[in-house]
Design a protein around this ligand. Sequence first.
Ligand SMILES: Nc1ncnc2c1ncn2[C@@H]1O[C@H](COP(=O)(O)OP(=O)(O)O)[C@@H](O)[C@H]1O
Ligand SMILES: [Mg+2]
Length: 344
Amino acid sequence: MKKHIVIFEVVGGTDKGPNGYRPDTMPIVKSIEKRGWTAEVIFYSHEKKDEILKHVSDTADAYLSRINPGNLTDEANYFDMLRKLYDNGVKEMPHPDVMIHLGAKDVLVKLRDTDLVPDDTFAYYDIETFKNSFPKTLLYGERVLKQNRGSTGEGIWRVQLVDQLIDVEAIPLTAKVKCTEAKDNHVEYHKLGDFLTFCEQYIKGDNGMLIDMPFLPRIKEGEIRLLMLHRTPVNVVHKKPANQKDAFSTTLFSGAQYRYDATSDWPDLVDLFISNLSTITNKLGNLDLPLIWTADFMLDTDKRGNDVYILGEMNCSCVGFTSELSLSEDIADEIISILAPQYA
Ligand SMILES: Nc1ncnc2c1ncn2[C@@H]1O[C@H](COP(=O)(O)OP(=O)(O)O)[C@@H](O)[C@H]1O
Ligand SMILES: [Mg+2]
């Protein structure tokens, strides 16, 4: 046991504090040091990849990745280095495949056979399938189309048919649709066919895809974010959309209200999610869950009138906890208990 942890960051991006680090990174370093271990922060760059790989393989028990892949010019190269570290026995926090699969929106489709996701949730990876399928799924009712990239509600569209149609097998491409974007709740009206063509941009390019799921009207009551420390929910952020017609966005930018709750305020959700952790691990190829990650839920009502929680997305690449920096103590404890239960 080397009793040394490496934290990866990358230079640049909007998530950095005045000292160049993410504001919640040095608190983790200090908490690790308080426990008699050591930690260092390394800024990843492609040029230094081999040097970093050797240094971390030689000196560290684990790496903690705190990089928004959107801030990397060479994501594949970074992931390649993490894979080699894993092969060299450095404990992964998390494995790149976990970042890729858990963080992508199509994880919803992978979890469709659980209670966390509605049965009529689909992923489209090619334009033809998207254009053939969406006019049929829109028959079920209001839908949400989600792009995979970004995390600001951009390219997340609520789609409603303006005039109800009867006796059709698919909504005609000439039908008028009302489209509301989660970024800022702005509304646009289009012919369905034109809107589908506009959405092609979300499918093109790296990691392009569109998720098609039912619109859940109880989003009005808020989105519920569980902050997870490995297998344990540690706090809840309740994000209530602005109180305006059409508002369904939970970004602060759009006027949503945030409230910080204890996990004990949401016992049913906590139990539900914990009972699904082994299924999630299983779908991720039995790789370990991330150290710090989030899962976002919306309320729905089942046929018997009971509340159910529907998963909207998960994040694990660059989750911050600046609103509660004291969590660094629990994070350090968790790292040590994963690596060396005898020290915890
Ligand atoms: N099925 C849905 N029903 C109602 N609102 C939704 C649905 N899916 C997403 N939203 C709303 O859109 C927002 C953005 O969607 P999300 O999947 O979280 O993408 P992003 O990566 O942009 O955060 C959510 O925070 C929520 O307010
Ligand atoms: Mg979101």
